[in-house]
Design a protein around this ligand. Structure first.
Ligand code: G3H
Ligand code: 13P
Ligand code: ZN
Length: 311
């Protein structure tokens, strides 16, 4: 059991009408929770690492933990770089054994985005690594780069064919109204399914990626707020909208904020219920169980990927 790229995984998801969850990892407990849930549900899964995660946990630890998890849970999964900012970080991850990378050139103009993405694809494909590109800008925080709601831009469907053809990317992240973080919508949540539809017509059988796809489960927000937290007006993408996207061309759904909320809820609740607790294993176990339940719930109720591992 070990690390695999996303080619087959996303291709099968496309044809099966489901999506693969891409969950952000930052520590051992999160890695264990995700891989144990995926093993239990016999689901394909992607573990993804941001630049912030590399800074926090150090690349060598994350790689060793990921390999240990593949062995321990007895599953294959992809280890993916999330929001790679430039060629150098993508190359470093490929050289270190990542099986998939994202080059996020969405802040460049079209030609520069094509150029950097093409360069990453050439290097990655020579090493059996798959590449995700991005067209369009999501609001929110992407690895310390803040994109305001005014600067966010939907993906222009007229650009997607040329981008995919000129870069050779294996999947494409698009902007249809989601954003990073736990505060995604002011009013009623809406996604531009018309843009997704148009993009998938122009890119037949091509896997689309949805970032900023946490649902901001109100159960965890409530636990956090009832136990000393203050997350007013947190709101995510409703599960039914994600299920619809997964039944369309969206084959990879990115989830980070939901993990943070589930993890934080476990710690806050334990400290309030048990003020004498000071063994990290006590509260981290509660958080790890929360994340395991969350990932299982996503696999079964949102992604539809249960039972699809290796199929
Ligand atoms: O794309 C954003 C992800 O949630 C990663 O967040 O840069 O704080 O690790 P991070
Ligand atoms: P969320 O903030 O909605 O979890 O999005 C995570 C993401 O897109 C990571 O790339
Ligand atoms: Zn993202």
């Amino acid at each position: 059991m070990g690390l695999i790229n996303t080619k087959e995984m996303l291709n099968k998801a496309y044809h099966g009408g489901y999506a693969v969850g891409a969950f952000n990892i930052n520590n051992m407990e999160i890695i264990q929770a995700i891989t144990e849930a995926a093993a239990e549900q016999k689901s394909p899964v992607i573990l993804q690492v941001s630049a912030g995660a590399r800074k926090y946990a150090k690349p060598a630890y994350l790689m060793a933990l990921a390999k240990a998890a593949a062995e321990d849970a007895g599953i294959d999964f992809a280890l993916h770089l999330d929001h790679g900012a430039d060629f150098e970080i993508c190359k470093a991850c490929i050289d270190n054994g990542f099986t998939s990378v994202m080059i996020d050139g969405s802040h460049f103009d079209f030609d520069d985005n094509v150029a950097v993405t093409r360069k990453v694809v050439e290097y990655a494909h020579a090493h059996g690594v798959t590449v995700e590109g991005e067209l369009g800008k999501l609001a929110g925080i992407e690895d310390d780069v803040k994109v305001s709601a005014e600067d966010a831009m939907y993906t222009n469907p007229a650009e997607v064919e040329a981008f995919v053809e000129r870069t050779g990317v294996d999947s494409l992240a698009i902007a249809i109204g989601t954003s990073h973080g736990a505060f995604k919508f002011k009013g009623e949540p809406k996604l531009r399914f018309d843009i997704l539809e148009e993009i998938s017509k122009r890119l037949p059988e091509f896997p689309i990626v949805l970032h900023g796809a946490s649902s901001v489960n109100q159960e965890y927000v409530k636990i956090i707020n009832e136990n000393g937290g203050n997350l007013a007006n947190a709101q995510g993408v409703p599960e039914e909208l994600l299920r619809k996207a997964a039944s369309m061309a969206v084959c990879k759904i990115n989830i980070d904020s939901d993990i943070r909320l589930a993890f934080t809820a476990g710690i806050r609740q334990t400290f309030v219920n048990d003020p004498a607790a000071f063994d990290p294993r006590t509260y981290l176990s509660v958080s790890r169980n929360n994340v395991r339940d969350l990932v299982s719930h996503k696999i079964v109720n949102v992604l539809g990927s249960q039972g699809k591992a290796g199929k």
